[in-house]
Design a protein around this ligand. Structure first.
Ligand code: ADP
Length: 273
């Protein structure tokens, strides 16, 4: 039984008490601002993301959803004009602390993009890439971990006889599941999905959605989606962003039936965006 304790839009608004246990907060954003040159794309976001849950980010195009996601694994570091201020804490450690190595961070926080982007290499090499990067070269260990990752992304049966074929020869949905396997191989604690199904057909989309639902038993999932039905299907929590601000975050069922803010209601009922 979920018991809402707070319905304001503060950082604690998606806090849900399950019995007497406080849910574990995996990611905490505090006062996050992101600038591209002089343009402020994220204007002070505070949010708590709960461990082993799926949080969907919705909102009109350009409101800062992808930018916010990229703060969590410091992918914004790769954009020269981009500057992030504020704190992103994972297990209470600020990922922007100069002692944090982005390569290690990105193994812990995997990312899957809109367009399936396998390397022009074999399925096996794609999935083992992150492991090799971390110095794992033992053949048996690599084979075991690649199989585990492919099974984890529900694609093992389809590719087990094609491990040495180019990943580019697969269908779009299969390529996306290989990309998810590549992210899973390093056993991440957090997975970021940036519109992972927008280039896929409905059947491939359904497979990815099913997979996300399974993954949340082990991993904390954040997903950006422009598809509100998808947010409603796969997420436990939904965050609505507008013009660089986090308008509201709450249990998905609450956001879609009884949002606290008019702007959220207008968006989910299709009045703008
Ligand atoms: P969303 O994911 O909600 O569509 P984005 O995070 O992609 O929004 O974009 C937020 C704002 O930041 C937009 O105004 C967009 O034009 C700008 N922006 C995103 N990426 C870049 C970039 N690499 N360089 C400059 N501006 C960017």
């Amino acid at each position: 039984m979920h018991n809402m304790t707070d319905t304001s839009s503060s950082a604690s608004s998606n806090r849900i008490a399950i019995g007497n246990t406080e849910p574990e907060v995996k990611v905490k954003a505090r006062g996050v601002h992101v600038f591209y040159g002089a343009t402020e794309a994220i204007k002070g976001v505070d949010i708590d993301i709960y461990a082993r849950s799926v949080t969907a980010f919705i909102g009109p195009s350009g409101c800062g959803k992808s930018t916010f996601l990229r703060c969590i694994n410091r992918m914004n570091d790769t954009i020269p004009v981009c500057r992030v201020t504020g704190e992103i804490l994972i297990d209470d450690e600020n990922v922007y602390d100069p002692r944090v190595d982005p390569v290690v961070l990105r193994a812990k926080v995997g990312m899957v993009f809109q367009k399936p982007n396998p390397f022009p290499k074999s399925v096996f090499e794609n999935v083992s890439y992150g492991l090799r990067l971390r110095g794992i070269n033992n053949k048996t260990e690599l084979a075991e971990r690649v199989e585990k990752a492919l099974r984890g992304a529900a694609i093992w049966d389809e590719v087990k006889d094609r491990l040495n074929d180019s990943a580019l020869a697969l269908s779009g949905g299969q390529m996306q599941r290989v990309c998810i396997s590549r992210a899973l191989a390093t056993e991440p604690e957090i997975l970021l999905f940036d519109e992972p199904t927008s280039a896929l057909d409905p059947i491939a989309t359904a497979k990815i959605e099913e997979l996300i639902t399974e993954l949340r038993q082990r991993v904390t999932v954040l997903i950006v989606t422009h598809n509100m039905q998808q947010a409603a299907r796969v997420s436990d929590f939904t965050a609505f962003m507008y013009l660089g601000e986090l308008v509201e975050v709450d249990a998905t069922s609450k956001i879609f039936t009884n949002p606290a803010k008019k702007a959220t209601e207008d968006y989910i009922t299709g009045r703008y965006g």
